[in-house]
Design a binder for this molecule. Structure first.
Ligand SMILES: *[C@@H]1O[C@H](CO)[C@@H](O)[C@H](O)[C@H]1NC(C)=O
Length: 228
């Protein structure tokens, strides 16, 4: 191989394109396979390597605890595979909606929101008691309050089910990358400056440490189960 050719391979940067947020609808339907196929083929023809797609917790576990429905995502992944593209799958445990560029609304599962009706401390809370329902507070990570499971178990069960259900797509190397969302908008951060709650650029944010779980940890000085 000529040096210039080898350098080209070494410098190869794969290009992935993010699919629209609502490609699988909030009611868990892959709505426009024909339209998407056309777009995927155009991407392929343009030399794009693959696509990235959010796999929403609020869509696939919406019927009830552990009642996963991967059907719509399976049809989507099958199409992506047929079009010769690769896939980066994002495990999205946050709400879609209320952040920059969010064109669709996908809340976290209703049965989780229902738990928050009687126990609003499962959500990030600021000093004036404003709750944020985009993501569960890290304060409940190890609290067994979700029909017998902790929040960490909700997330890990979800990912185990995904791995099981998508094992063929993992084997065929369609899915070459899995990313895990860790907070609001999928980012490892607090929801300190939501526009949906009146924040305006470049205003200051609010601390989000006032749910009872985080408060009692702080008061007891306990670091149990937390990275030191
Ligand atoms: C994957 O999920 C779909 C829909 O939820 C189901 O019909 C199918 O049997 C599952 N496949 C596996 C291998 O678990």
């Amino acid at each position: 191989m000529a040096t210039s050719e080898r350098n080209m391979l070494l410098n190869y940067v794969p290009v992935f394109v993010m699919l629209p947020l609502g490609v699988v609808s909030v009611s868990n339907v892959f709505e426009d396979p024909a339209g998407l196929k056309e777009q995927l083929l155009q991407l392929r023809a343009a030399g794009v390597d693959g696509v990235m797609v959010d796999v929403w917790w609020g869509i696939t576990e919406q019927k009830g605890p552990k009642q996963y429905d991967w059907g719509a995502y399976r049809s989507l992944f099958q199409l992506i595979q047929e079009c010769g593209l690769k896939l980066q799958a994002i495990m999205s445990f946050h709400q879609c909606g209320g952040n920059v560029g969010d064109a669709v609304n996908i809340p976290i599962p209703q049965w989780v929101l229902d738990i928050g009706e009687s126990n609003p401390d499962i959500f990030y809370t600021d000093v004036s008691g404003t709750r944020n329902k985009e993501y569960l507070t890290v304060g409940v990570d190890n609290e067994r309050i979700f029909h017998g499971r902790t929040a960490i178990e909700l997330y890990s069960d979800y990912m185990k089910s995904f791995r099981e259900n998508m094992s063929d797509f993992l084997k065929s190397e369609l899915i070459i990358d899995i990313e895990v969302g860790l907070g609001p908008a999928g980012e490892l951060r607090y929801p300190s400056y939501p526009q949906s709650q009146g924040w305006e650029y470049p205003g200051i944010g609010e601390f989000q440490c006032y749910d009872n779980y985080l408060k009692s940890r702080f008061q007891s000085g306990s670091n149990k189960g937390w990275p030191s």
